[in-house]
Design a protein around this ligand. Structure first.
Ligand SMILES: Cc1cc2nc3c(=O)[nH]c(=O)nc-3n(C[C@H](O)[C@H](O)[C@H](O)COP(=O)(O)O)c2cc1C
Length: 259
């Protein structure tokens, strides 16, 4: 069997970046980084824009109704068909934001959130492309968990640009909103150095699963999106792609056929 397999570069395990990454970010006894943490420069896990077009306070998230977690887990699916003509209520969006990155407790100056984060460093930022949300103009927004509000960054429907940058995934065109998660690498690198890159992606996975479950609880549909042209997506968000870079996305919409 082995002889007939075509040999290409991806077989060269020692060389490829994926396996090198796995190897070079390993922890083992005696190899744990060895650097001293500079406690005077703990990165703050909050990003603020200097002059957003507006700041929109989010309403109280809808967290009542006690949907059964076990049933939500059973029901959760990636839903890609949305009723493009409908909209999503601001309170529903608020609940989704809270589920993904809402603050739930604090110890001194450190706030904890609905989703776990390695070292409590919270490297992930949330951007929203809004197409049809009641009470919000179409455009690009940045979510601030600490003040539970949105910074309005850019006017206009971005879904066509986003769909193109996401390898022509048309589900974005019908989605009422698209979540775009970026990572501010330095927040995590401060403590974890190269291993930070593992943790950042794990953090994003937790956040996205919270979105899936909250969307299901609200009878909305969500679909994770990992396939996109990185440079194009960063350009849409005006991110440099190095210190802060888009790592994950999710479309959210009113499922087709829903009342
Ligand atoms: C990391 C990751 C990336 C994904 N990227 C995409 C994507 O770009 N487009 C898409 O339609 N679905 C994407 N999905 C959704 C998967 O296709 C989906 O989870 C899988 O088919 C299993 O179906 P289920 O989520 O309904 O259980 C992604 C899921 C994950 C976890």
């Amino acid at each position: 069997m082995g002889e007939n397999r075509q040999k290409d570069k991806s077989d060269d395990r020692g060389y490829q970046i994926g396996s090198r990454f796995q190897k070079e970010t390993k922890y083992s006894p005696g190899k744990m980084g060895g650097h001293v943490l500079d406690l005077n420069s703990i990165p703050r896990p909050y990003k603020y824009y200097k002059s957003p077009l507006a700041i929109i306070q989010m309403p109280e998230p809808l967290t009542k109704g006690e949907p059964n977690l076990w049933k939500l887990l059973q029901k959760r699916r990636s839903r890609r068909e949305y009723n493009a003509g409908r909209s999503v209520a601001l309170a529903e969006l608020s609940s989704l934001l809270w589920a993904t990155q809402g603050l739930t407790a604090h110890s001194g100056d450190t706030f904890f959130r609905t989703a776990p984060s390695a070292g409590g460093l919270f490297p992930v930022e949330t951007y929203l492309s809004v197409r049809a949300v009641e009470g919000l103009e179409q455009g690009l927004y940045h979510f601030r968990p600490l003040t539970f509000d949105l910074e309005f960054l850019r006017k206009g429907d971005l879904s066509k640009d986003l769909a193109e940058a996401a390898l022509q995934q048309d589900l974005i065109l019908d989605a009422q909103a698209t979540f775009i998660w970026s990572a501010v690498i330095a927040r995590s690198r401060w403590k974890y150095r190269q291993r930070a890159y593992r943790y950042i992606y794990l953090d994003a996975g937790h956040i996205a699963q919270n979105l899936y479950l909250a969307a299901e609880a609200l009878s909305l549909g969500a679909c994770a999106i990992g396939a996109f042209y990185d440079d194009e997506m960063n350009k849409i968000l005006s991110l440099d792609g190095e210190e802060e870079t888009v790592i994950y996305m999710a479309a959210v919409g009113r499922p087709a056929g829903a009342q």
